[in-house]
Design a protein. Structure first.
Length: 152
């Protein structure tokens, strides 16, 4: 019988797991906002992360839990955690001690930069004009019509 506490049911029901029961966790430096790495959590890894103060992941390759820094000393102390609007991604802000990446770099994204086309202001403006009003703008414009007020 497993006597370990479970993840708070109110949190568990908000999670949108993938087919393997996992949710990606974006790990962000609390001090400067840099994205340090991305890992995977199931309900138990998230419970441990929320209650133990250190980040715990589920290793998809080793099929076991692992805590960042247990072997390397490069610990991640939890500062905050949040779910995105769809419940399918976690954001965990941490105090990172030492490099976050197993390659010894500050983040796992060093050296992985891809070439992109960056639009200038004129291109951004013309693209926005061509798209027309966004759904949010249209919803805001129609959300309150004073002529529909019934009080008064």
């Amino acid at each position: 019988m497993n006597d370990a506490p479970a993840l708070d049911p109110a949190i568990a029901q908000r999670l949108a797991h993938d087919a393997a029961g996992l949710v990606p966790a974006v790990i962000q430096d609390h001090e400067d906002g840099r994205v340090l790495m991305v890992g995977w959590m199931d309900d138990e890894a998230l419970r441990r992360t929320l209650t133990e103060g250190r980040v715990t992941f589920w290793s998809r390759s080793r099929q076991e839990y692992w805590r960042k820094g247990d072997t390397s000393g490069n610990v991640q102390y939890v500062r905050s955690a949040a779910l995105d609007c769809d419940g399918d991604t976690l954001l965990v802000q941490v105090d990172q001690i030492g490099p976050a990446c197993h390659r010894g770099t500050d983040t796992c994204f060093v050296g992985g930069e891809l070439g992109v086309r960056v639009l200038g202001e004129a291109e951004r403006s013309s693209a926005a004009d061509a798209a027309g009003p966004t759904a949010a703008t249209a919803a805001t414009a129609t959300a309150h019509r004073p002529e529909e007020d019934t009080e008064g």
